[in-house]
Design a binder for this molecule. Structure first.
Ligand code: UD1
Ligand code: UDP
Length: 367
């Protein structure tokens, strides 16, 4: 089977790697297509090095732009590639613009489409990622769900069981595969932190960082938390300008975006993590580190029900109250089912055993 695997932005690399490895181990011919949505060395190159991800077979170089510009550029560049490579299947991961763009092209071009991380729903339509998730699932043949709650969402939307495969969480495959190497990172020493004596923050959701008033409120809350536990914040490029313009309260230290191994080490050593990232909610649960999510909702409720995550929203007072409660009384570590490091293998088995059986009805099938 000839399979295109698509990646393009920071959270894609750790999701695609275990899928590619498993597909190749099970005999598939794999092409890695990089859309170029993220391109800074700290958002891109470092992950290829840290994860041992081989260089992409094709690079589309789309860069940044509005949603329509970016999605359109990926589609325009990806369509001729699908014609040229004539894959049997295309695998897309997650919920970024590159995911949706390649899904739409594939659905019309003919190969089977597999969506890794299918069924996650925040039910918040103001999130661009929610649009990407729902639309990608709709045109996918294989809905590869990380957990049973995601499969339940899909069933509730009318998808049939023969399309839904609960395969586990690929991000956790990569976490477990790299944990020992991350433990050898010297990042804590370089930054001057002791294990368990600092908190880690990430912020990049448009709803949190695009509006300076909202961001200022978050920083106010984080500043009060920092009075109890110093905070380090690796800055996503989307937030850089606004954070620099606003300035940060004492006790919060801005650093450049961290590489994967350093960032896992920072999470593993943290007393508390405060974040609006999707992946970080999952990694903290897998590591047993307390996580306060700076959002009103999550598409990953399993990290709350079966993990260490607490939703605190955006209100500064609630963030402070939640963080202080968690610092005083951290939640016990728990591990969700199927977060066992073998999701990539299960995905490869579904795709390679499935043949064309999972092909969703297309308009042409009804002619
Ligand atoms: C994207 C994803 C988001 C994901 C995040 C992971 C979409 C709609 N959003 O958000 O789901 O959580 O990646 O990090 O796909 N920029 C740089 N250098 C880079 C990349 C981006 O400077 O290498 C800056 C540019 O100013 C760009 C802005 O960041 O305009 C936003 O980048 P973009 O890829 O559009 O969205 P993210 O906010 O990164
Ligand atoms: N990450 C990283 N360095 C950072 C911030 C995050 O390596 O400075 C990793 C993190 O460990 C996780 C992934 O990036 O594996 C999450 O990506 P991000 O938060 O950008 O996107 P999201 O998951 O919200 O889509």
């Amino acid at each position: 089977m000839r399979i295109i695997c698509v990646a393009g932005a920071r959270p894609n690399y750790m999701k695609i790697k275990p899928v590619m490895d498993a597909l190749e181990n099970q005999g598939a011919e794999v092409f890695l297509v990089h859309t170029g949505q993220h391109y800074d060395p700290a958002m891109n190159d470092v992950f290829f090095q840290d994860l041992g991800l081989r260089p992409p077979d094709r690079f589309l170089g789309v860069g940044s732009g509005s949603h329509a510009t970016q999605t359109g550029r990926v589609m325009t560049a990806f369509e001729p590639l699908v014609d040229e490579l004539a894959p049997d299947a295309v695998v897309v991961v997650g919920d970024v613009n590159s995911t949706l763009a390649c899904a739409l092209v594939t659905a019309k071009a003919g190969p089977l489409l597999a969506h890794v991380e299918a069924g996650l729903r925040s039910r918040d339509w103001s999130m661009p990622e929610e649009v990407n998730r729902v639309a990608t699932d709709r045109v996918s043949d294989y809905l590869l769900a990380p957990s049973h709650d995601a499969a339940d969402n899909l069933r509730a939307e009318g998808y049939h069981d023969d399309q839904i495969h609960v395969v586990g969480n690929v991000m956790i495959d990569t976490l477990f595969a790299n944990l020992e190497r991350a433990e050898r990172s010297d990042v804590l020493g370089r930054l001057g932190y002791e294990t368990g004596a600092y908190g880690l923050v990430t912020l990049h959701r448009p709803a949190n960082v695009d509006d300076p008033e909202v961001l200022a409120g978050l920083l106010k809350g984080l500043g009060e938390v920092a009075a109890h536990c110093p905070l380090v914040l690796p800055v996503h490029p989307r937030a850089a300008e606004k954070l620099n313009a606003l300035g940060v309260p004492d006790g919060i230290r801005l650093v450049p975006p961290a590489g994967y191994l350093d960032f896992i080490a920072l999470q593993a050593g943290a007393r508390i993590v405060l974040t609006d990232s999707g992946g970080v909610q999952e990694e903290t649960t897998a590591l047993g580190v307390p996580c306060v999510t700076l959002r009103d909702n999550t598409e990953r409720p399993i990290t709350v029900d079966q993990g260490t995550n607490v939703l605190a929203g955006r209100d500064p007072a609630r963030i402070v109250a939640t963080a202080l409660r968690i610092l005083a009384d951290p939640p016990p570590p728990r591990r969700p089912e199927l977060w066992d490091g073998r999701a990539g293998e299960r995905i490869a088995r579904v795709l390679l055993d499935g043949g064309t059986a999972a092909k969703r009805p297309r308009p042409t099938d009804h002619r």
